[in-house]
Write a protein that binds this ligand. Structure first.
Ligand code: ADP
Ligand code: TRP
Length: 326
């Protein structure tokens, strides 16, 4: 029997390069590995924790299609993608699991604590976020869950909940999920040197139009070194973004350019732009073609969701039997 792999990402906006190197690339590579039965989820229910009005609703709809197009253009097998909200069993299992955890246990969540520390109002959706994520994983009995370091605690929550359930009902029903932490990827900086993130508006969108992309790249913050100065590649943002696109040899050559001196930041930025344009040429073509055919994207999502739902639907009656609902 193949191991089940589940990955998830929220379709909250246009994907950026840190999403790609930090999550999407591994989600795609692992899901294409035939050792696994793979489910690649767009976590649109989770996206609702920060989207609450009419404008947000149309953005979410648009971003879900864009995320689908991006994933496929970046190499995902279309049969593996699905939309969380199409599989109602995620919500059903969330209700069941929510009765097994206490308020004080949920308050240990890093995301919750961060929000409280920033004096933010926490909606119940955000409070319950780890329970829905546990349900996402457990409804498929996924054993392999590729995530970035920032999601590690959520996998621990899922593991705990699987354990509580098994213990409470004296069954060995849920497998205990393991995170597959994407190791090599450090935090990728944005144009201002802070962590690349939509919320800092310092990100480079993968499929931004060329003028916008160029403008963003030219705005990458650098120090005051002159073109002639020798530069330390490791402490500058242009290199720390560029290196993710390079193989070992190309990386070595780029490092040498910085170290030797006579390589201006302007040139370095132009080189980064060229690398990105070459890297994405075919992908961009595919992305735009797909976006022109929303009906094809809808069909892909529907078929993927039907496949995921078939698995989830087999398991839900078993879970209901265990807890006495059936
Ligand atoms: P954003 O901060 O732009 O809202 P998300 O939180 O939606 O991005 O990111 C989704 C996933 O992309 C994260 O779980 C993480 O794996 C990856 N990711 C996002 N930003 C970075 C970054 N700066 N460096 C490395 N990985 C990142
Ligand atoms: N919380 C994850 C993130 O923000 C997205 C996600 C939702 C997820 N459900 C999941 C990831 C299940 C893996 C498995 O990146």
């Amino acid at each position: 029997m193949k191991k089940i792999l589940l990955s998830g990402i929220k379709p909250t906006g246009d994907f950026h390069f840190a999403n790609y190197f930090g999550a999407l690339r591994q989600n795609i590579e692992l899901s294409n590995n035939s050792d696994y039965e793979s489910y690649v989820m767009l976590a649109d229910y989770h996206a609702l924790t920060s989207l609450h009005n009419k404008e947000d609703a149309s953005k979410l709809r648009e971003n879900t299609l864009k995320a689908t197009a991006a994933y496929i253009a970046l190499g995902l097998n279309p049969k593996n993608i699905f939309k969380q909200s199409d599989v109602i069993e995620h919500a059903e299992l969330t209700i069941i699991l929510s009765n097994l955890v206490t308020e004080s246990y949920m308050k240990r969540s890093h995301a919750y604590k961060d929000a409280i520390a920033k004096d933010k109002e926490v909606n119940v959706g955000l409070f319950n976020y780890p329970i829905l994520m546990a349900a996402d994983i457990l409804i498929y009995d996924a054993e392999v869950v590729p995530v970035g370091q920032d999601q590690k605690q959520h996998i621990e929550y899922a593991r705990d909940m699987a354990g509580y359930f098994n213990k409470s009902y004296e069954v060995e029903y849920f497998k205990l999920p393991k995170e597959y932490i994407i190791k090599d990827v450090a935090i990728i900086p944005g144009v201002d040197g802070r962590k690349m993130s939509k919320s800092y508006d310092n990100h480079l969108e993968i499929f931004a139009d060329q003028t916008k992309l160029k403008k963003r790249i030219m705005s990458i913050v650098t120090d005051s070194a002159t073109p002639e100065d020798k530069k330390d590649p490791d402490t500058n943002n242009v290199y720390n973004i560029h290196k993710h696109f390079l193989n070992k040899e190309e990386d070595f050559i780029l490092r040498e350019k910085f170290i030797a001196g006579g390589y201006s930041y302007k040139e370095a930025k132009e080189d980064l732009l060229t690398t990105i344009l070459n890297w994405r040429e075919d992908k961009m073509k595919k992305y735009n073609e797909l976006l022109e055919r929303p009906e094809v994207l809808e069909k892909i999502l529907k078929e993927g969701s039907d496949r995921a739902r078939t698995t989830a639907q087999k398991r839900m009656p078993e879970i209901k039997k265990i807890v006495g609902l059936l």
